[in-house]
Write a new protein. Structure first.
Length: 276
C-alpha cells in the first residue's frame, strides 16, 4: 500500500487531527462515493487536501469545511485553480456548528453527499446532526474508528443504540479496514470506511396516515437500551408502568416477552413507537 508523501506541520491534538496518507484508502473512499451529475460533495476535514484532490477528479463540485484556519491558507494556495473555476469552495468552520438546513445557500443544488474523515470523538454528534436533518445527504462515506464502524454495521446480528439510530435513517455497510499506519500521526486504533446509503426519513412516515415523532421514538429506544442485559420489557417498564399493556403491544409487534434490546429490529421499534 502506497503512502502520499506530503510535508506536514505538526498536527493539532486539540482538533483530533490524524491526516490520511494511504493511497489505497483514498482510492477506496472515492470508488464507493457514487457519482451523479449535479451532486455536490461536502467534505468534512480536508486536512492537507489528499482526499480533496481525488474527489475533484471525480466530482463536479466539492464543498470543503475545515476547522483549522492554518490549513485553510494552505488549501487555498494548493487548489487556487479549482477555486477559481468554482469546482471547489473552501470555508473555515466547525461541522457541528454548520446548520444543515442552510447548506443550500452554499451549494448549487439540493442534492449532496458527505465524505468525511472526522475526529472520532465527534462521531455520535455528527451522525445525529446530519442523519436527522430534513436537508439530509443522499449518502455518507465516513472514516470511523473500526470498532464503531463494526458496531453500526452489526454483522453479528446484535444491535446497539448506535446501530439502530443509524439504520432508521439509512443503510450502513462496512467497506474495509484501514490500518492505523495509514495516518499521520499514527493513532492507537485501526479505522474503517463505512458507507451509509439511501438516507431518508421515510422510517418515521411509513405511510400517509402515520407520522412517528422522532423524539418520542428515540426516548423509547434509549429506555430500551438503558440496561443492556435486562429484558426489554423490564427496561420499558421504567417509562411505561403497565406490564399488561406492554405484553399486549409486544405480541402485536412480534416480540418475545424475554427479548433484549439488542435482538430487536428497527421495524419492531417502529411498531413499539406507534403503540406506546
Amino acid at each position: 500500500m502506497g503512502l502520499f508523501k506530503i510535508k506536514m506541520d505538526k498536527p493539532k491534538k486539540s482538533l483530533g487531527q490524524n491526516f490520511l496518507t494511504s493511497v489505497g484508502a483514498v482510492n477506496k473512499i472515492v470508488e464507493v462515493a457514487d457519482y451523479k451529475r449535479s451532486l455536490t460533495i461536502l467534505e468534512v476535514g480536508p486536512g492537507r487536501g489528499v482526499l480533496t484532490e481525488a474527489l475533484l477528479k471525480k466530482f463536479d463540485k466539492v464543498l470543503a469545511i475545515e476547522k483549522d484556519k492554518d490549513l485553510i491558507g494552505f488549501l487555498s494556495a494548493k487548489f487556487s485553480a479549482e477555486i477559481a473555476a468554482n469546482k471547489l469552495e473552501l470555508f473555515e468552520g466547525d461541522i457541528l456548528n454548520l446548520n444543515p438546513s442552510n447548506l443550500g445557500s452554499k451549494t448549487p443544488s439540493k442534492s449532496y453527499a458527505i465524505v468525511a474523515n472526522i475526529p472520532y470523538y465527534i462521531t455520535g454528534q455528527f451522525l445525529r446532526q446530519w442523519l436527522s436533518t430534513d436537508n439530509h445527504p443522499e449518502y455518507m462515506v465516513l472514516m470511523l474508528q473500526k470498532e464503531v464502524a463494526q458496531r453500526i454495521d452489526a454483522k453479528d446480528g446484535k444491535e446497539s443504540l448506535l446501530s439502530t439510530s443509524v439504520k432508521v435513517y439509512g443503510e450502513p455497510k462496512y467497506i474495509e479496514t484501514v490500518k492505523k499506519g495509514s495516518f499521520y500521526p499514527i493513532p492507537k486504533v485501526n479505522s474503517a470506511i463505512l458507507k451509509i446509503s439511501n438516507i431518508s426519513k421515510q422510517f418515521f412516515r411509513p405511510d400517509m396516515y402515520i407520522n412517528i415523532e422522532e423524539n418520542h421514538f428515540f426516548s423509547i429506544l434509549k429506555a430500551g437500551f438503558a440496561h443492556k442485559r435486562k429484558f426489554l420489557i423490564k427496561n420499558l417498564l421504567t417509562k411505561f408502568p403497565s406490564k399488561e399493556k406492554l405484553e399486549t403491544i409486544f405480541k402485536s409487534c412480534n416480540l418475545e416477552p424475554k427479548c433484549r434490546a439488542e435482538d430487536v429490529q428497527p421495524e419492531q421499534w417502529q411498531c413499539l413507537a406507534q403503540n406506546l
